[in-house]
Design a protein around this ligand. Structure first.
Ligand code: NDP
Length: 398
């Protein structure tokens, strides 16, 4: 029985609150705080309607450490789940250290003016969390998150050595808008327009954005789709923790329509993350663009189709080569029926709830800063099957 404070009332925050509310034996009290109280209240009323549970709501500017400290001291949670934006990771970690509370997030810290997708800033908190006897769990979403746990599961149960890892993220859904992103537009576009990068034989190889693609035949009727090589943050921790790895890559599917719109937005300068003057005011074009694009939290009602995210892993088992694939398929409409959200927020909000549950029930404990693959995958894999993200594994005959 624990009180949890969730910060961020967007698409992912909404799912996480609904899912925590479904498990009252662990999450006995839930507080949701964000910048805009109306969004917190709308989620609270949806949860009340679906589960009968009361969610306490509050406001906070999560860029401001003293405000965060006051919020945490007011509500006294056992754990803070950070589902605001990557820009707020360090301020929320600072506030957790000051108040002596455990921390969890789903995306690595990003400086506002650089798209880096690196863990280095958060890994620097290692000693401070250790000294305070606190745990910080990084990247408890789907990718990063479940993909890291899939790798740990494969290492523990299927391989003696893992040589090749391909994380493949397919959204075969359609929201009917000419252009919209399924999670925060600013973070999504920063990620997609950045250079690609993969790891091979001990070094990083950089590629131009979306310049490298492959076709992958997705299971269960989804079929073949074009996937583009991108850099994704979990690669940084996985190459550190998966011993024997020779190559690690990340792939994502995009429709031609998405890519065409993105190209135009890039060409006209709307994806820039530096400051420009507009009517005497400083504005960042990408942040302005975000304001006029559809909100990811509002896409649920109109999104159809499925996501399929998984890991294709090759390596050795008992002296023989092994080719293995583990994946989850999530249906946008089913997710909407359950928690009023599309599957991209669902596949992130559910693992955030599961990571929190494992920390609060003492199944995942530790002092310091942890990436998901450093912890025992078994309880997490079990909870995925119970809480809406069942997984399937296939071994291919060579
Ligand atoms: P949204 O933009 O839908 O929601 C973000 C929320 O954070 C909004 O409610 C916003 O408030 C709030 N917020 C932003 N800045 C502040 C601030 N300074 N103080 C308080 N609240 C603030 O984003 P998503 O829900 O799509 O994404 C949430 C997080 O999940 C992001 O970090 C994203 O990168 C991550 N993510 C991780 C994935 C994974 O698989 N690991 C996949 C998808 C997302 P307001 O409404 O007022 O703007």
């Amino acid at each position: 029985m624990s009180k949890v404070l969730i910060i961020g009332a967007g698409g992912v925050g909404g799912v996480c609150v609904h899912k925590c509310a479904q498990v009252p034996e662990v999450f006995s009290e839930i507080v949701l705080a964000s910048r805009t109280i109306e969004k917190c209240d709308a989620i609270a009323s949806s949860v009340k309607e679906r589960t009968g549970r009361d969610i306490v709501t509050d406001t906070v500017d999560a860029d401001n450490v003293p405000e965060l400290v006051d919020l945490i001291n007011k509500h006294k949670p056992a754990l803070v789940i950070n589902l605001a934006l990557p820009y707020q990771d360090l301020t929320i970690m600072d506030a957790c250290l000051e108040t002596g509370v455990h921390y969890l997030d789903t995306a690595n810290y990003e400086p506002l003016d650089e798209a880096k997708f690196e863990y280095k800033w958060q890994w620097e908190y290692q000693e401070r969390f250790k000294e305070k006897g606190l745990m910080a769990l990084l990247g408890s979403g789907f990718d990063p998150g479940v993909t890291n746990v899939f790798c740990a599961h494969a290492m523990k149960h299927h391989f003696d050595e893992v040589h090749q890892l391909d994380i493949i993220d397919c959204n075969a859904g359609d929201h009917g808008h000419p252009f919209a992103t399924n999670f925060n537009p600013e973070i999504n576009i920063r990620e997609v327009t950045a250079n690609g990068r993969y790891w091979e034989h001990g070094e990083w190889i950089e590629t131009d954005p979306l310049s490298f693609s492959m076709n992958y035949d997705f299971p269960e009727g989804i079929g073949p789709k074009k996937c583009f090589l991108m850099y994704h943050e979990e690669l940084e921790s996985l190459v550190k923790h998966l011993k024997g790895l020779k190559r690690a890559r990340f792939w994502m599917t995009f429709s031609d329509q998405y890519l065409n719109h993105l190209k135009v937005l890039e060409n006209v300068g709307m994806t820039r993350i530096d400051t420009v003057k507009y009517n005497g005011q400083d504005i960042v074009p990408l942040r302005f663009l975000k304001e006029v694009l559809p909100e990811p939290a509002g896409l649920g009602e109109r999104t159809k189709g499925r996501t399929c995210i998984g890991c294709r892993i090759k390596g050795m088992k008992d002296g023989e080569p092994k080719d293995y694939y583990i994946y989850n398929i999530c249906d946008h409409e089913e997710a909407f029926k359950e928690v009023a959200s599309q599957a991209v927020s669902y596949t992130t909000g559910v693992p955030a709830m599961i990571g929190a549950m494992l920390m609060l029930t003492g199944k995942w404990t530790g002092e310091g800063v942890f990436n998901m693959e450093e912890l025992d995958p078994d309880p997490f894999m079990e909870k995925l099957n119970i809480h809406g993200l069942p997984w399937t594994e296939v071994t291919f005959k060579n």
